[in-house]
Design a protein around this ligand. Structure first.
Ligand code: PGA
Length: 253
């Protein structure tokens, strides 16, 4: 099965006009024209327009969340139609920080996934367990619930045009990375969960790992059978660190 690797940078609440310019230009310059893996950046909303002018054809880009609503009296929201108009190809949905700090439920996230796809945006559905949940042995149950609510709403066919990111919460921004075996185990579980619905779609869905990915651990993680790249937070904020991860993807592509 040949799934293309994807290295995606989630800038979170970081950036400025200057940083957007410098970072995207430096990433574009550092990537080879003939690369055989995908690279995407997810800047804050207000820099998307600027990003669209800088990405060229080597870098995909998108937003970090999207409204489940299309238009109307929803102060502060940004719709999938608007993101599409900005040129976005992708959007993150269900990042654990959205779940935890902004109280997004599995159902909210499923609605966002659906709204994104309705406009032709490819959602990256994030899932993952807390340390407490891992220690009490419910990792698979938690991840299955997070994904099944989406499948129940949109159907398995929708996953032909989606990416899943497994991000154990205890590994995000902590410097603690899941071992490649720990990550692979959950990735294989996620793929088996998708297989229960469709044997043909399950092998096609890219499953990214996220949580303290860096240049020094990317190769080991990305070479696991069911790990198809990474969703990168901290190390996506400098071209040096992000390109170091891209180089590892390049070697494996
Ligand atoms: P991190 O973040 O790489 O800083 O751990 C990953 C993420 O939250 O997507």
């Amino acid at each position: 099965m040949t799934r293309k690797l994807l290295v995606a940078g989630n800038w979170k609440l970081n950036g400025s006009i200057a940083m957007t310019n410098d970072l995207i230009s430096a990433i574009a310059n550092g990537l080879s024209n003939s690369k055989n893996f995908d690279v995407a950046v997810f800047p804050p909303f207000v820099y998307l327009s600027q990003a669209s002018k800088l990405v060229g054809d080597k870098i995909l880009f998108g937003a970090q969340t999207v409204s489940e609503y299309e238009k109307g009296a929803y102060t502060g929201e940004i719709s999938a139609v608007m993101l599409k108009e900005m040129g976005c190809q992708m959007v993150l949905v269900g990042h654990s920080e959205r779940r935890e700090y902004f109280k997004e439920s599995n159902q909210d996230i499923a609605n966002k996934f659906k709204a994104a796809q309705a406009q032709g945006l490819k959602p990256i559905l994030c899932c993952g367990e807390t340390l407490e949940q891992r220690n009490s042995g419910v990792t698979e149950q938690v991840v299955a619930e997070q994904i099944n609510v989406v499948i129940d709403l949109v159907g398995i066919d929708a996953f032909k045009n989606a990416v899943i990111a497994y991000e154990p919460i205890w590994a995000i921004g902590t410097g603690v990375t899941a071992s490649s075996e720990q990550a692979q185990e959950v990735h294989a579980f996620i793929r088996s969960l998708l297989s229960l619905k469709s044997d043909t779609i399950a092998p096609l869905v890219p499953i990214l790992y996220g949580g303290s990915v860096k240049g020094s651990n990317a190769q080991e993680l990305f070479s696991m059978q069911d790990i198809d790249g990474g969703l990168i937070g901290g190390a996506s904020l400098t071209a040096h660190d992000f390109l170091a991860i891209c180089q590892q993807a390049d070697k494996l592509s």
